[in-house]
Design a protein around this ligand. Structure first.
Ligand SMILES: Cc1ncc(COP(=O)(O)O)c(C=O)c1O
Length: 381
């Protein structure tokens, strides 16, 4: 199998699995227990926390381990809204966030908070000027993702941060699930909190974290025994935290950017000049994501074609692929109707090889020939 759906999830790294297995067997005690075995598990947990904080550029930051990006995003959006509601009830996010931000914001809107969604241009980019117009003294939280998971847009986090800091005391959160290990994180210089997830960086599913500046932590959103320094209750996943720290370390030591850029260009060249294909990913976007839209077919047809050649790709996002609807991101960038249902996303990971890319390019050429044959002449003009 050739796997090009790395933005949906990645294959776990052997070393990460080894860390998980060893830690599960050797440090299985509950880190909250008073005995020696509990202490040892606690030491491993705290050392994983320190490692993640240090790798995220701020050893003093607060790392709250969660069950992944979705939970960390919920903790950030709902947790900050609740802890800052004495200062205001205005929240700003974008039209193209992952559902875990979007739906948490919609929930808060139902609950009485005022939420504004920044629009994006055809490249999926927000305009800091629009943010300047929307931001208010009572804005308590702004959340803007670093790299968009469906089309790879990189947002102008630094420019947005300057606006936020000039006009408000709002917390600035960024969903960095797609940028961890790929781009330098905007934390702690430009944002106050970032969301990370392990399974996008060859770590394990069900692990991730919210990293926040010290003394800027959100209120807990679930209640229990007060683990994770009170921010996230539940018996700690010590082995998961250790494996996550390992995955972050490995991914940060990697530099595949130039390889991904070359592969991205090679595929763009395959479809260049084709009237029935639109490249939705901006040229200045993250090179590991390339999203294309085909005229007159559905993304599902394309996914099946590539699958027959043992190549796994995705429709715009794994989350929206089963829903069989045009995703909110594709709608927000105004893809014309005759292209909007034919979206596919190709996403590279560090296990991909040159041979994989060759197979993908060949299959792309065959796919183009096949759909041209199947379409009527006026569709191709
Ligand atoms: C940008 C972004 N945020 C959040 C998530 C959710 O992460 P998780 O699957 O770890 O809950 C994803 C996963 O697709 C994502 O791409």
């Amino acid at each position: 199998m050739i796997y090009f759906d790395n933005s949906a999830t990645t294959i776990p790294e052997q070393e990460v699995l080894q860390t998980f297995t060893q830690a599960s067997l050797m440090y299985y005690a509950n880190p909250a227990s008073l005995h020696q075995a509990g202490n040892k598990a606690d030491q491993l947990l705290e050392s994983a926390r320190k490692q993640v904080a240090t790798l995220c550029s701020d050893p003093e930051s607060t790392v709250t381990f969660t069950s992944g990006g979705t939970e960390a995003n919920n903790l950030s959006i709902i947790g900050y809204a609740n802890s800052l509601k004495h200062r205001g009830n205005h929240i700003i996010t974008t039209e193209i966030e992952h559902d875990s931000i979007r739906n948490a914001c919609l929930y808060l809107r139902e609950d009485g908070f005022e939420v504004d969604f920044l629009t994006v241009n055809e490249n999926g980019k927000v305009d800091p000027e629009e943010l300047r117009k929307l931001i208010r003294k009572d804005t308590i939280l702004v959340s803007i993702m670093h790299i968009n998971n469906e089309i790879g847009t990189i947002q102008p986090i630094e420019a947005c941060s300057r606006v936020i800091r000039e006009f408000s005391r709002a917390i600035f959160h960024s969903d960095c699930v797609q940028s961890l290990g790929k781009l330098e994180l905007p934390f702690p210089k430009w944002v106050d909190a970032v969301t990370c997830s392990a399974h996008k960086i060859h770590g394990l599913k069900g692990t991730g974290c919210l990293v926040t500046k010290k003394f800027k932590e959100p209120q807990a959103i679930s209640y229990g025994g007060g683990q994770e320094h009170g921010y996230r209750s539940g018996t700690a996943n010590v082995a998961g935290a250790a494996a996550f720290a390992k995955a972050v370390r490995i991914s940060m030591a990697e530099n595949s950017t130039s390889t991904y850029e070359r592969w991205n260009k090679e595929l763009r060249d395959c479809v260049k000049g084709e009237k029935l294909v639109r490249v939705l990913s901006p040229e200045t976007g993250a090179p590991h994501i390339l999203t294309l839209a085909f005229k007159g077919i559905t993304g599902e047809v394309a996914v099946n074609f590539f699958q027959k050649h043992d190549i796994m790709i995705s429709t715009s996002s794994a989350c929206s692929s089963k829903a069989n609807k045009v995703s909110h991101v594709i709608q927000a960038i105004h893809v014309p109707d005759d292209f909007s249902k034919g979206v596919i996303r190709i996403s590279f990971g560090r296990m991909n090889t040159e041979q994989d890319i060759q197979m993908l390019s060949q299959t792309m050429n065959e796919f183009l020939k096949t759909i041209k044959k199947g379409l009527k002449q006026h569709d191709l003009e």
